[in-house]
Structure formats: C-alpha cells, structure tokens
Design a protein around this ligand. Structure first.
Ligand code: DAH
Length: 429
C-alpha cells in the first residue's frame, strides 16, 4: 500500500513502516490476533455481491454503469467495489463504526458547543482535482497511480481519503467541520486491510482575533490548539492513556504530526494531522487565516476499542457479530465465535515488468470476494539465465460464516489461475 499514511492512520509497533521510493510513508500491519476454533453449524451460502441496480448517496442515484465501465481502459472499479457504495457503515448507530463516529461527535459537541458541522453523506465519487490537486498531492505521487486508486475515468476516482472534501467545503464557507465517509484504496489483503474503509476528517479555521493576544504566531497557536483537541479526543475514547506526538509528512499540512497512544504495551498510531498548508486556505479566499486538520481511520480505532480481530467482520451481516453491539456502547469487547477452518493454496508464476501485488490481490478479490483472508508472498527468486523473476503467493481462503468445501476452494483457485494468466500477463509455473 502506498498512501499518505497507514490505511486508516493508526497502529502499533507491530506496524512496519516502510518508505516508498519517493519518500512517502507506506505501512503494513503485522497482525497477531488469535482465534478460537469451536465448531458451529454452517449456514446457507449467501450471494456475495447483492445485485443492486442503483444506490442512493446524498440524494443522488448511482448506477453500476456510472462506476464500472469495462470499455474504459482507465476504469479499474470491480463489481465487488460497486457493491460497497452506499453501504455507509458509519451511519449505522448499532455498528461499531457508527458507535465510534457518534462517540467522536459527542466529544466535539460537548467541547465546542456544537460548533463543528457534520458531513457524512458526501458522494465518494470525486474528481482527481478534489482528491489530489486541491490538497497539493504532487503530480508524481504514488497514490495517484491506477495501482493504488480506483479510477472511474481519467478525471474521476473513488475518494481515497476524506481530505478530498476539505477545499470544496472551505470554498462554500464552512470553517469548522467533521467529514465522515467510506474511502477506497487498492491494497494488499490481510486482517487489517480492506479496499473500503471509513475515515473522519476534522477541520478548524482560525481568524487573527483568535491568536492575537496569545503571544504566539498563528502556526504555533493552531498547532497547540490541534494537539490539545486531539489529546482530549484520545482520552475521551481510550481513557487516561500515555500519548506521544511524532513529526511526519503530509502534502497538505506543515507542520504534520501523528498521535500515538500507549495501548496494551505498544505504541499505537491513532491519527494524522497538522497545520493546513497556507496555499489551501488561500485558494478558498482565506489568506488571512490559519487552520488545523486531522484524519483518522475508524476501522483500526474500532478494532482496538472493540477487540475486533479481522477487518472483514465490519462487513458481516452474521447475527453473531451484529447482535454484540448496541447504540452508544463504545468499547464493548467483541466475543469471538467459532472460526471456520482456513484453506491454503499456493500459486507460482513468472512475473512481467508490469506486475504489481495490488493488481494480483484485485484479481483474487474479484473471484473470491470476502472468502479470501490473506494473500502473502512466500517465495521469490530470479533466474538470471531466463532473466525472469518468480513469485509464489500463499492465498488463505476462509469464510467468516460457514465451512468451505474442497471442491469450492479448488474451483476458486482454478479461476484465480486462469484470470491471473489472462489479466496480468504472467506465466504460471
Ligand atoms: N488524508 C490522510 C490519509 O488518508 C490523513 C490526514 C492527515 C488528514 C493529516 C488530514 C491531515 O486532514 O491534516 O492518510
């Protein structure tokens, strides 16, 4: 994954921070969640992607053809992603993501006397200008690639962060707001990564009268206010915890920080934030102001607060999951129920220059959907004579709702083999 920060801008020392070629951070999370293996009876097989002809987002109907276009070479939105549009887990009061969002709302409402406006129904289909240019993402930034972002067409994407709405809201005159929404990223497959997740963006603009008289310059004033606000939020969610600030880089803020909290004997990255680049404010006619902004990933916070071991649970309609959570019940600990047995399949092929792991994961997800739990590179080597590199991936198939049959998994694996060859131009070994 190659984005501005962690998938949802949080996690622990178990996170491995990597630096991508152009210096932007990439993270991969190494999970150590355990499982219990008690048996419970298999359920009827459900259709993986409900056939929906159109979804309604913010009063606008979005049809399949609006986002999935086989005839446009730039389009890389699969049906599995279309089926997630309009689900809006953050608007469900009894869902961990909705419960967490409401708890954050409570914090802002009570500490800022309802001054933060809330937006949670903005369409995730945005222009490349909104998603990238407006927030100063450089033209060659990796996050703009077809490998990392879902493109509807060359000018339109599924937003990869809620920061995509900062500039438009500023232009419309909003100065203190929270934007919550589903965001989309092409990514690897494991227990903490899913191509759709939820973020909340916070934004607060200040005027000269706010910092005049404080004895501080505007940037320092905003940075201190930001830190105070977010430390309070972390305490509201986690209780009295140890915290620390880490300097970082985002294209849209300067200075930029990450907040980490000490949780279960590990430092855990909770969010990214900073003082908004002056150019962004200037573009909205706010050159005499200063602002702070933050972005946090709801899934990863919810996984920690509710003890949820696998990100796929958030999409489960299994009653054994959904019935465990109630409106306003922040931090109720999830009680694991039986996990069905995993099934491992390996696939090896000679890659071509164009091969990327995200593309491979997308093929696997397109075939197996939520039945794929993890895709891991387990071996690679280069044959110098042939001038070719071989990759061997282990695919872990497991349903969260029933036992998979051998026949079914073999069938999935054989489809994966066919498609990988056809779509990715690799040579199976
Ligand atoms: N957009 C960033 C991401 O997706 C998160 C973020 C960082 C948002 C800093 C902000 C910010 O508003 O100031 O990783």
């Amino acid at each position: 994954m190659t984005v501005f920060s962690v998938q949802s801008t949080i996690f622990s020392r178990a996170s491995v921070a990597l630096l991508s070629s152009n210096g932007f951070k990439r993270f991969s999370f190494v999970s150590s969640f355990s499982s219990s293996a008690a048996y419970s009876p298999p359920k009827m097989r459900k259709r993986r992607y409900p056939i929906v002809s159109a979804v309604d987002i913010g009063g606008v109907a979005i049809a399949r053809n609006d986002v999935v276009r086989e005839d446009d070479p730039t389009n890389n939105v699969p049906d599995s992603i279309f089926s997630k549009l309009g689900m809006q887990l953050h608007r469900r009061d009894k869902h961990p993501i909705g419960i967490l969002k409401n708890a954050i709302y409570d914090y802002f409402d009570s500490n800022y006397s309802n001054k933060f406006e809330k937006f949670e129904d903005l369409s995730p289909i945005v222009t490349t200008k909104q998603n990238f240019d407006d927030v100063l993402v450089p033209a060659d930034h990796v996050s703009r690639s077809l490998n990392d972002t879902y493109y509807v067409d060359s000018q339109t994407v599924l937003r990869c962060h809620t920061s995509a709405h900062q500039a438009e809201l500023l232009r419309k005159g909003h100065s203190r707001f929270l934007v919550t929404g589903d965001v989309y990223r092409r990514d690897s497959i494991d227990s903490t990564h899913y191509p759709v997740f939820h973020q909340m963006e916070g934004f607060c603009v200040f005027s000269p009268e706010d910092w005049n008289g404080s004895g501080k310059d505007s940037t320092l004033y905003a940075a201190e206010d930001l830190k105070k606000c977010l430390e309070g939020l972390a305490r509201h969610l986690f209780g009295s915890v140890e915290m620390r600030w880490v300097d970082t880089y985002f294209p849209f803020t300067n200075p930029s920080f990450e907040l980490e909290i000490y949780f279960k004997e590990d430092w855990l990255e909770v969010l990214g934030c900073g003082v908004t680049e002056q150019v962004i404010l200037k573009q909205s006619g706010l050159e005499n102001n200063v602002a702070w902004a933050f972005g946090l990933g709801l899934e990863r916070l919810a996984m920690v607060l509710f003890d949820i071991p696998d990100i796929r649970f958030f999409w489960s309609s299994d009653e054994r999951f959904t019935s465990q959570f109630g409106k306003g019940e922040l931090g109720v600990k999830f009680k694991p129920y039986s996990k069905y047995p995993p099934c491992y399949k390996d696939i090896s092929f000679w890659i071509s220059d164009l091969f990327t792991e995200n593309n491979f994961c997308e093929v696997v997800r397109g075939i197996a959907g939520d039945l794929v739990e993890e895709v891991k590179l387990i071996d690679q080597f280069t044959n110098k004579k042939k001038g070719l590199t071989s990759h061997c991936y282990r695919i872990v198939f497991r349903s969260m709702e029933r036992s998979l049959t051998d026949e079914e998994v073999n069938d999935l694996q054989s489809k994966v083999r066919d498609e990988v060859q056809k779509k990715l131009n690799v040579e199976l070994r």
